[in-house]
Design a protein around this ligand. Structure first.
Ligand code: ASP
Length: 322
């Protein structure tokens, strides 16, 4: 049986193990509000989101402000400030957000703004469009009062300069390559409404101009308030080609649990991609009934779940070890 590591944060931090069958957030437990997000930096982001949900705030505000914690953290080397640059040394950001009404906003190839998720929300709320990219996104962000700043830290500059010595590029290597740690977050609020967000600096040392799945509605993120929400992390090209998050929500609509739907999303990639052993993708889903599920191609994908009592970091099950 697969085991999951469980970390509690807070004063009484401890470590416990749960079997997959006794998962505290399994199908239909009806907990709400609830917030879930990808990777260990999801813990701090969940906490921020929880503070909003606890006070009766909207899931939309929770997922926007929650991921801003990761965006602002220079230690998180795949999101916002301190994110690894492309191969030319530019930190380029992709981000999207979706609310309970099916409204969506997105920015791609945005540079020099610490909070692309906030710009994506402005696209959703202040424009007739869903997605604005590059220079247009920059102009729009400036017009909305966002301030430009250099997002390359001393640390990420040094790492990039070190990488330039070999300039060997691979989107992902099985040996625990931390190349992809996008934060995607899903939440259900006290009113039972769902929202989701996703924000990243994308794959480290990608080609200049490359845009991944993270700003693509339906790929890295999809929310349908009648059914649930799903989000992604990992090699975005694979997520885009299978429209992963939309697929997962549609499978949940047809009756699959969140985890079954995430697993099927992974299987679609594995079946089509002969090189799947060199590809990592992780999916995370939340049913409107509070059902939480996650699944990845390889071991190593972790996700954080906050239900008000605990803020847990869990290991997703994976195809390789099935
Ligand atoms: N999905 C992101 C991308 O392809 C990478 C990540 O998850 O960190 O840009």
């Amino acid at each position: 049986m697969t085991t999951r590591r469980q970390f509690l944060i807070g004063a009484a931090a401890s470590v416990a193990t749960l079997s997959s069958g006794s998962h505290a957030f399994s199908q239909g437990n009806g907990r709400r509000p609830l917030v879930i997000s990808t990777w260990s930096h999801g813990l701090a982001s969940n906490q921020k989101a929880w503070d909003i949900l606890e006070q009766g705030g909207r899931a939309l505000d929770a997922v926007e402000q929650g991921v801003q914690v990761a965006e602002a953290d220079p230690e998180v080397s795949s999101v916002g400030y301190g994110g690894r640059p492309d191969r030319e040394g530019h930190v380029t950001l992709d981000s999207c957000i979706m609310d309970e009404k099916g409204n969506a906003g997105s920015v791609a190839f945005l540079q020099n703004f610490k909070h692309p998720i906030a710009v994506a929300r402005k696209v959703m709320e202040e424009t007739p469009h869903v997605m604005i990219v590059g220079q247009g996104a920059r102009q729009f962000a400036l017009s909305q009062g966002f301030r430009e700043e250099d997002l390359l830290t001393e640390e990420s500059r040094k790492e990039w300069q070190h990488w330039l010595k070999t300039a060997e590029y691979s989107p992902w290597k099985p040996a625990n390559d931390p190349n992809h740690d996008t934060i995607s977050m899903l939440a259900v609020d006290q009113a039972g409404d769902l929202s989701g967000s996703c924000t990243t600096s994308g794959l480290a040392y990608k080609m200049h101009g490359r845009v991944g799945d993270s700003p693509i509605i339906g790929a890295a993120l999809f929310v349908d308030n009648d059914v649930g929400a799903a989000c992604a992390t990992g090699v975005g090209e694979e997520v885009m080609k299978t429209v992963g998050s939309f697929l997962i929500v549609e499978l949940m609509r047809q009756g699959m649990s969140a985890k079954e739907a995430c697993r099927e999303g992974v299987l679609r990639i594995v079946k089509k991609n002969p090189d799947w052993k060199n590809t990592q993708v992780g999916y995370l889903a939340l049913g409107r009934n509070g059902d939480v599920g996650a699944y990845a191609i390889h071991p190593g994908f972790q996700y954080a779940v906050h239900d008000g009592q605990q803020n847990l970091l869990l290991d997703a099950d994976n195809y390789l070890e099935e």
